[in-house]
Design a protein around this ligand. Structure first.
Ligand code: UD1
Ligand code: MG
Length: 416
């Protein structure tokens, strides 16, 4: 049913209500900028063109955009209608449906947009709004309907009277337009409101008055509609996104004992039959094999790889490290910039001292090594196969294969 689609994503705004110097759309949900989720969603629609409107600190936002999207710059942030006008400047030859999305609306799902677009095209509508019914509509634009229940306008929170504030149906910000109907009427919008901005939402009243066909499709799960303006909303959206990510892992065969206290970044890879214990935090670029045990209280930071059957137990912090198959790091250890082989046992309290005050240094622990409890490994250093370190040793030099070392600094006692 779809005709050709172009998408305009508005992402020029400041972070005023976030009280932040970082552009709002770069604030993260589950380790990923919120705009990233919107861009993924847009890609699934296979649009003819994607235009992203940037403004505030555009040089930062630009870095996360994929190839093939067109960037346009809104020099003065005059409001959402002005941003759409700038967006349209990149779509001069295009005819068809223009879908307007906001970069601060990362929880939308593909099925919802499909429904909106099918309705829009199938019924030959000029502007189809995606609306939601909220118990607490505060902050959102309210949908105004006439006595025939036809949509005839949107009024923003700041401009709403007491009666309008009680309306529970809100504007999600997502609107599908017939290109010409949008382009021909933007010029009638004036900044006649509390914020002195050009509101895109005013176009709804303008179109309705001129007898264009305006309609709305309601999103079933109102949580999808969440627009993020403050850090309170950011936290709310984060927990919704985290639940989606954790649910997906569980459906793919990973046990998460307590999803409510398990924080796994977007993009993490985990193999089947791995068990994640409570209070575990997993950050970006982490890959975990099959049948591993992680946590409780494990912190896997960026670029950690666990091969199959690894145990990364209580109070473990790891960063930029890979851990070989069947290796145990079971109790309170810090492993940084380290490559650990297969079948290694790392005793309780082991620390890789990877930072000398200036540089991060690398540690190599080969297969079948046995690191005694409370060993400090001062990098850069290599520990040979089948080597053993005594409890409390401080390793400052390379250890040959099969050597047993003890003491501070560690000396070779014997070769096996
Ligand atoms: C907007 C809608 C409101 C809706 C809500 C849904 C308007 C006037 N209001 O309000 O009806 O209920 O979203 O979340 O549209 N932006 C620009 N250039 C600008 C201004 C904003 O690109 O000049 C971008 C922002 O980066 C943001 C998006 O447009 O991604 C929406 O702006 P925002 O200020 O968040 O609008 P809301 O107050 O949330
Ligand atoms: Mg918003």
């Amino acid at each position: 049913m779809k005709n050709e689609i172009a998408v305009i994503i508005l992402a020029a705004g400041k972070s005023t209500r976030m009280k932040s110097e970082i552009p709002k759309v770069l604030h993260k949900l589950c380790g990923r900028p919120m705009l990233g989720y919107v861009l993924d969603l847009v890609a699934t629609l296979k649009p003819k063109q994607v235009v992203v409107v940037l403004g505030y600190k555009q040089e930062l936002v630009r870095k996360i955009l994929p190839k093939g999207v067109k960037i346009v710059i809104q020099n003065k942030l005059l409001g959402t209608a002005d941003a759409v006008k700038v967006g349209l400047s990149a779509l001069s030859g295009f005819k068809g449906t223009v879908l307007v999305l906001y970069g601060d609306n990362p929880l939308l799902k593909k099925e919802t947009l499909d429904k909106l677009l099918d309705y829009h095209v199938g019924n030959n509508v000029d502007a189809t709004l995606l609306t939601a019914k909220l118990k607490k509509p505060f902050g959102y634009g309210r949908i105004i309907r006439d006595k025939y229940f036809t949509v005839c306008g949107i009024v923003e929170e700041k401009d709403a009277d007491e009666v309008q504030k009680d309306i529970l149906e809100i504007n999600t910000g997502i609107i599908a337009f017939k290109k010409e109907s949008l382009a021909n009427n933007l010029k009638f919008i004036s900044p006649n409101n509390r914020k002195k901005e050009y509101y895109l939402t005013d176009i709804v009243g303008i179109l309705a008055k001129k007898d264009y066909l305006v309609d709305a499709v309601k999103v079933e799960d109102a949580r999808e509609a969440l627009g993020i303006n403050t850090r309170v909303e950011l936290a709310k959206a984060n927990s919704i996104m985290q639940k989606r990510i954790n649910d997906k892992f569980m459906l793919d065969g990973i046990t998460i004992i307590d999803p409510a206290t398990t924080f796994i970044n977007f993009g993490t890879k985990i193999g089947a039959d791995t068990v994640i214990y409570p209070f575990t935090v997993i950050e970006r670029d982490v890959k975990i094999g099959k049948r591993c045990q992680v946590g409780p209280f494990a912190h896997l930071r960026e670029a950690v790889q666990l091969k199959d059957d690894v145990t990364a137990g209580n109070f473990i912090e790891m960063v930029r490290s890979s851990i070989g198959a069947k290796t145990f790091v079971k109790h309170f250890s810090y492993i940084g910039d380290t490559s650990v082989g297969d079948n290694v046992n790392i005793g309780a309290g082991t620390v890789t001292a990877n930072f000398d005050g200036k540089n991060k240094n690398y540690t190599l622990i080969k297969d079948n090594v046995n690191i005694g409890s409370d060993t400090v490994i001062v990098a850069p250093v290599k520990i040979g196969k089948f080597a053993i370190t005594g409890a409390g040793s401080v390793v400052t030099r390379n250890i040959p294969d099969k050597a047993v070392v003890v003491g501070v600094p560690a000396r070779i006692m014997k070769k096996k």
